[in-house]
Design a protein around this ligand. Structure first.
Ligand SMILES: [Zn+2]
Length: 918
């Protein structure tokens, strides 16, 4: 286990106190790398041993450096690589062909730096294939009863330094020449195609695979895999002449790659045309990794996925599984340009790659796979989802300065991933899609093989468009009000019905009222409004003013709706009379208002009501129209808000009233009347031929809710179907795959140990990972605290059969179960130190804190969180912000109980007494 690091310096020599005044810093204090030398070329050779008992790695890296400034110090990244002495570290000056003596080197473990002072000292390093799902790590799977290992990588964002010493910042691009050692029966992959294979002279069973040189690229998108996997080619399409496309899995899962194999090249070709820039690499390999910390990773030419994000069985996978696969795959394909070809200069601008990958995913899938109806899901999946986080005082801006290394992982939250695309959608909306697309192409061409900052984007966009557009300010000014400021505005429209005008004002939207904030941020807001969804009017609120007066095109008896189709990233509140006019329209004929806007009206009104800026009865009145709603998105928005109420009222007498009201009035009078849900009444949850994807998705959420609300027919059907499965365990058709998740959850929630044990046994035995995920979720639906506790303990036990990658999912889904939510919180507090150590990434822990804090609403919860954030639990690392947000959310929930609980209880009380609610 030797690791040799050789640094070759061309151009200027590393100075040793001669010529120009050298920089002489005895101690390097920054956590970012200095730019005194920059890497240009890496020659990396790694030999991972993949055997029980020996997971060590031998390695050597030669790095060619360009010296930009005289220095006596070379600083690069290295983490958990063991250093041994003996010629391991060498520095050469290529200009004068001499070896540079090394004075000293220091390994700074906190900042993960290797600081080399040039005089004389040498070092060698060795490291290990870890089981923490980061760096160069090992994953395992069982095939024909034999446990097998695979060596694979996850370097993003800052773990390439765990595999080899390197300049591990996205802006420090270089060319990489990779060689991997392997036993002869395995196969090795890296970003580029194989160049040659040759015998390892020391080890007869081993060979070296040398790969072609890469294009200039960042370290975080490098990837190495040594496996016994099998690969299948994608069907030929014209792309294949330039790019060979293959998908790799453990051999027994090969059949499950068909959908991805067909979709992959189609999506790649779509984006080649969209950007008008060819994919520059000769191949793409996609790998389904049995243990993977995130959904997928866009490594250039070697994309890695969690199995559930790549494998698909047409007979057993659900429509939701297929959507997730398509969603993730397309997102990763966009990254081949946004992220890989042009990379953000540093992680602070993460949204530059994630925002575009998520936004363009919708654009691409709507063309390549229109049956998934992704575009129609945009606002509920992105805008409304991220509003929940971005309504917090403790949210953060899209562009975010990073002050410490361990803040980087914490940036991977819904702000870049969901606010990014939502703001980009607004941008494309007012710029026009054609100009937007041209601007992107120009940005990519200008900066290809380089790194970029947001200014480069605004510049490229401005060059495309300005003259033909009537914008109130330059693009940079408008857009940075969204990308650099935290939060988002609520626009309030107060009509003067006599004068047919309105005062339209903006302010930041907060869920917490008791806050100390003296900031009053302003945004450049593209207003759109309509009175009939035929004509859309436009105006701007400038980023220099908090409001404007508008003349309205509507008569006093007409409703008016702002932010048409929720293209803008803001909420809208109205005077009560306008809400009333909108409600009347919805009750009379809701189709007069677009589906996007119906979903937006529900989400806005029910969330604004939480803050007290709109009386709850107004929002409840509006939601009455749901009895005739048939579309997915409005129901989705409504369920999110009802879920909040259901959680807040849990363990109070009002819970039953809410459940009664929602089930009686929305379910009985609404859902049940829906032609599409006649399925709930029949013995089985049936489908109709030709049902659209969203019809299926809608039916799925309705079944989940009906069962959750305790509607007897739903629960009885679910339990009976599950029993039929238990009687015939190998019958995969016990219910349509689309409803397995909802039905198994309902059955387990309403039955005993036998049902739970059966799900557990199926979980351990199935070979389809999406089915595993479904069953793990179903197990978390149990009403038995003992069962839930067992599940939590297993999630932290490496030998339980629950994979490390799935433990966060377990905590998340148990906390989604009202019986489990408080339990998870107590469990996490109790095991915090262990979890910090065991979790594959602290970012996962952050996300976990985020999920389980949704339901915290007592003073004890608050005290415990304060203790966690302040009291001696060590560095919270990347979950620092998540804990801050959990604290704020708990305060919001406490405030809600104090200020809104009575009102909502009374409303539910009177409604549950009035049987006719129409
Ligand atoms: Zn991404």
């Amino acid at each position: 286990m030797l690791f040799r690091l050789v640094l070759l310096i061309f151009t200027l020599v590393v100075m040793q106190g001669t010529a120009k005044q050298p920089r002489s810093i005895p101690k390097y204090t920054d956590w970012r790398l200095p730019r005194w030398v920059l890497p240009r070329h890496y020659k990396l050779r790694l030999l991972p041993f993949i055997e029980e008992g020996n997971f060590t790695i031998d390695g050597q890296v030669d790095i060619l450096l360009e010296c930009m400034e005289p220095t006596t110090m070379i600083v690069l990244h290295m983490a958990e690589i063991r250093i041994a002495k003996d010629e391991g570290l060498q520095v050469y000056d290529l200009v004068e062909s001499r070896r540079v003596p090394i004075q000293s080197y220091i390994e700074d473990k906190t900042r993960q730096l290797l600081v080399i002072g040039t005089k004389n000292e040498t070092l060698q390093v060795g490291n290990q294939l870890n089981d923490k799902l980061n760096g160069f790590y090992r994953a395992s799977y069982t095939e024909n009863g034999i446990k097998k290992y695979i060596a694979t990588t996850q370097f993003s964002p800052t773990d390439a330094r765990r595999a080899f010493p390197c300049f591990d910042e996205p802006g420090m691009k270089a060319v990489f020449q990779i060689t991997l050692g392997r036993q002869k029966f395995r196969i090795a992959h890296s970003n580029m195609p194989l160049k040659r294979t040759y015998q390892n002279e020391d080890l007869p069973d081993y060979v070296w695979d040398e790969f072609q040189k890469t294009l200039p690229m960042s370290t975080y998108i490098l990837a190495f895999i040594v496996s016994e996997f099998e690969g299948l080619d994608s069907p030929e399409i014209d792309l294949q002449e330039r790019t060979r496309f293959r998908t790799w899995t453990r051999p027994s899962a090969g059949k499950q790659t068909e959908y991805a194999r067909i979709l992959g090249p189609r999506v790649l070709r779509y984006f080649e045309n969209y950007f008008n820039i060819s994919f520059p690499l000769p191949k793409i390999d996609m790998f389904a990794i049995p243990d993977f910390a995130v959904s997928a990773m866009e490594n250039w030419g070697l994309i890695t996925y969690r199995e559930t994000a790549l494998l698909h069985d047409p007979l057993r996978s659900s429509a939701a599984d297929k959507q997730k696969l398509s969603f993730v795959l397309t997102h990763e394909m966009v990254h081949q340009w946004f992220g890989n070809l042009v990379t953000m200069e540093f992680w602070s601008d993460l949204w530059l790659k994630e925002g575009f990958a998520s936004y363009l995913m919708y654009v691409g899938l709507d063309v390549v796979e229109p049956s998934l109806q992704m575009g129609q899901q945009f606002t509920v999946q992105e805008t409304q989802k991220v509003f929940a986080v971005d309504s917090l005082l403790s949210s953060h801006a899209m562009s975010m300065p990073v002050k410490k290394r361990n803040e980087i992982n914490g940036l991977f939250d819904s702000i870049p991933y969901s606010k990014g695309p939502a703001v980009i959608r607004m941008f494309a909306g007012f710029l026009g899609h054609k100009k937007f697309q041209q601007g992107l192409t120009s940005y990519l061409n200008n900066k290809k093989y380089q790194s970029a900052v947001d200014d480069d984007l605004w510049k490229a966009m401005s060059n495309q468009s300005i003259d033909a557009l009537e914008l109130p300010a330059d693009i940079r000014t408008i857009m940075t009000s969204w990308s650099l400021q935290t939060g988002y505005p609520i626009v309030t429209v107060r009509r003067n019905y006599d004068l047919q005008t309105a005062i339209v004002t903006q302010e930041r939207f907060y869920l917490l009222s008791s806050r100390n904030s003296s900031e009053f941020p302003l945004w450049w807001i593209p207003l759109t409004y309509t009175t009939d969804f035929n004509t859309t009017y436009q105006a701007w609120i400038l980023g220099t003013e908090d409001g404007i007066e508008l003349e309205l095109p509507s008569a006093p008896t007409d409703w008016i709706i702002f932010n048409v189709d929720q293209i803008g990233y803001y909420r809208v509140n109205y005077d009560e009379n306008n809400w009333k006019l909108i409600t009347q329209q919805l009750l009379k004929d809701h189709h007069a208002i677009s589906t996007f806007s119906r979903s937006q009206l529900l989400d806005d009104s029910l969330n604004i009501a939480r803050t007290g800026s709109l009386p709850y009865y107004v929002a409840f009145e509006l939601s009455r129209y749901l009895r005739s709603e048939r579309d997915y998105a409005p129901w989705y928005s409504a369920f999110k808000s009802f879920e909040y109420l259901d959680r807040m009222l849990y363990q109070t007498p009002s819970k039953d009233k809410l459940r009664f009201v929602t089930s009686e009035f929305f379910y009985e009078k609404g859902i049940r009347q829906m032609a599409t849900t006649s399925c709930v009444r029949t013995n089985r949850f049936e489908e109709r031929k030709g049902d659209s994807h969203l019809t299926i998705s809608n039916r799925n959420q309705l079944i989940s809710w009906a069962c959750r609300l305790g509607v007897a027919e739903c629960v009885n059907n679910a339990t009976a179907l599950y029993k039929s499965w238990m009687a015939q365990p190998d019958n995969n058709n016990w219910v349509k795959p689309n409803y397995k998740r909802a039905v198994a959850c309902a059955a387990i929630a309403n039955s005993g140990d036998e049902e739970w044990d059966f799900a557990l046994e199926r979980y351990l035995s199935t070979d389809l990972s999406s089915e595993k995920e479904m069953l793990l979720y179903a197990l978390s639906c149990s009403s038995s605290p003992e069962a839930l506790n067992t599940l939590l303990e297993w999630a932290l036990d490496a030998n339980s059969g629950i994979r490390r990658q799935d433990s966060a999912t377990v905590f998340g889904s148990v906390s989604g179960n009202p019986i489990g939510s408080s339990m998870v919180f107590d469990f996490v507090l109790l095991h915090w130190d262990k979890m910090v150590k065991e979790f594959p990434s602290l970012a996962v822990l952050g996300r976990l804190v985020d999920t389980i804090s949704q339901t915290l609403d007592t003073e004890t919860h608050l005290e415990n969180l304060v203790t966690l954030s302040e009291g001696g639990r060590g560095d919270l690392g990347t979950s620092t912000r998540a804990v801050q947000q959990a604290l704020e959310r708990t305060r919001i929930n406490l405030e809600w109980k104090k200020r809104r609980f009575q009102t909502v209880s009374k409303l539910l009380d009177s409604w549950s007494r009035v049987q006719t609610f129409s």
